[in-house]
Design a binder for this molecule. Sequence first.
Ligand code: A2P
Length: 292
Amino acid sequence: MTTNNVNQIQLNTGATIPQVGFGTFQINPATTQKAVEEALELGYRHIDTATAYYNEAGVGAALKASGLARDEVFITTKLRNFDQSPDTARSALEKSLEALGLDHLDLYLIHWPVPSKDLYVPTWKVITDAADEGLITSPGVSNFLVDHLTRILDETGRTPAVNQIEVHPSFSQKALREFCAAHNIVVEAYSPLGQGADLSDPVVTGIADRLGVTPAQVVLAWHIQRGTVVIPKSVNPERMAANLAAADVTLTDADLAAIDALDRADGRIGGDPAVFDWPQTQEDAAARGEGV
Ligand code: A2P
């Protein structure tokens, strides 16, 4: 099954991004190629990975195996925290390109601001220089709060194309989304389903029952109608297909408002970007058996 109904959202670089992408966070490196091949087969044309997921090579292998032309698939990866420095960012980018088998990325993000290191401003300059050279079509950031965005805007004059942040109904980040909208920064939601937790909310299941769609489709349609880019992750082909088809679901204004009302101040699932500072080294990541 394929769908052609995924919107293309305009970025401030002039490029466009498919509004529904396939997220690969927590997909095992050994099974990533299979999952991404399946996603491409189902019609996904936007794949999100990160150096810290250790699965860029699997994404690259799937792209190659798909036979799709480079310009048919939008590829994002991210600079991991322990490569965040003006001295190492450029070589980290080159390693990512090599792992993916690509000569340019559609989107390259600083994965976290890590304010305790205070290196995100000079690192951002390296990223925008690489974009000017053509290695990155659209430079962006992830997990940046208003303070961090304000600093890079003020100190470099370069606006990220995207801010990829945790957004789901129980943590909807309205103020940060509004700041991004005001500065022409597209918001991408990670953990768009609240890692599955928001799918059993009675407001969500009630709307799903009324429309005859799944709770995940309701949540994804909420993001889509709010103008947010989503990167749901699933290793289950039926769910992968259903998530992509959420682009066909239409919610009423009352549905959108009811889902907006699920926002909670304590709804965050992932790390808090104001303090999140690990792993600082590859050894830290290995000790945890993972990387973010
Ligand atoms: P699975 O990979 O077994 O499908 P998020 O994108 O918010 O991080 O959520 C990902 C989690 O939600 C994964 O555990 C994934 O499990 C699950 N998931 C993804 N799509 C759906 C869906 N359509 N319905 C229910 N659970 C889903």
